[in-house]
Write a protein that binds this ligand. Sequence first.
Ligand SMILES: [Zn+2]
Length: 463
Amino acid sequence: MKTLFQNGIVVNSNLSAELDILVENQLITGLFQRGTFIDSDSANTTVVDATGLHILPGGVDPHCHVGFTSGQFTSLDNYEEATRAAVCGGTTTIVDFAIPELGESSLEALMRQKKRIHNSFCDSAMHGCIVNLNSDVNEIVSEFEAQGVRTIKMFTTYRGEVMANSETIMEVMKGLLKIGGMVYVHSEADHIISENQLVAIQNNQIDSSFHHRTRSELAETISVAEVIAMAETIGAPVYFVHQSCRGAVDQVAHSKAFGRSVFSESVLHHLVLDDSVYESENPERFVCCPPIRSRETVDALLEVLKNGDVDTLGSDHCCYNLEQKELVKHDVRYMPNGLPGVETRISVGLGKLVMQWGLPIERFVAISSTNPAKLNGLFPKKGIIAPGSDADIVLWDLNSKHTITGTSLHMATDYTPYEGIETSAKHIATYVRGTIVAKNSQPLEKNKIGKFISAEMINFNLK
Ligand SMILES: [Zn+2]
């Protein structure tokens, strides 16, 4: 069977064009000027009419936590739930994290998390995570490579849990050079945050309405500076997750200007929300790390996004519900950090960043699909509509205004941080390797065809 997508506007990271797409055996096999494909075998071809619609490569979410345990809390979704929400929101590949729990080795964490992958609606890949090095880094890195993993998450904060020291981060950076991999760093200086929190406790300001004051921008920027210095010293690439302020992104841009492979990820909530959410009735719903920043910082971040200094857009999806968010809202040090977002990353992103703020749609495809595919070793299988690539295809109507409500979403939680936000991007259909898995924001339950995808050597060229 073949599928022909006709009359739509195909958007890749480098251009938009009126093209028809031919799909056979899970792959894109041809792109044709609109109306020029002559089908000699039309009885065996399903035609999808995309008149008036934009056709984007399936979203690749580089930052998505599935069933993540931290402290006393575990986020609520399994692979079936997380990927159901992903495809209803136009994402066709998620990259999850295998973060060791207390007493678990990095490799044990990876095997445990990989075992959870079943009943998926879309494909997935995995980041490893190293906290301590208990054996030779080259051995560990080769084992990750054999498991299809070339990206390793490391933290400069959460002392006593997942924080790695600087020496360990440098060792892992070196080790990954040998397999064409890269360290993904959560950069916030732990000692600065400890001081921020100490002052907050003294002032009786440690509840969730003060969350943004307990993790300063300075804590983020100073940590980014140190990690860039490590990477430059070794000559290793590095990727910063969820950069929340201009000071952090600017340092990456500066290093990039010298030809270095340094990358900046934004997550949607840092671009769409501002710290007035902590003055709302339910500030605990917005507790995430780094926190939601001031209006001034958000505007500056949007500016560097438009300048082209932000490389990827993640969700940092972490699916806690209101009961979990409310349990220790009086003390942010013990709260579950993170917001649900795998389903809203593209729809709210298209509505806000592209339709409202004028980010070119090709650039949006670059940061939400193409670049994450490249920086996870998944390109050109994922992240582009081109012959030879997986037929991961999403149809959008960009002129259909509607309001985001938590009750219409599929994530395993009972709220969305984007409640009441207007978007003009309406999901029409998601195809994973040629099979339709969601239609009009609703899943097709029988089509759970997702599988784990191994990372190849990373393509650091985002041009
Ligand atoms: Zn995260």
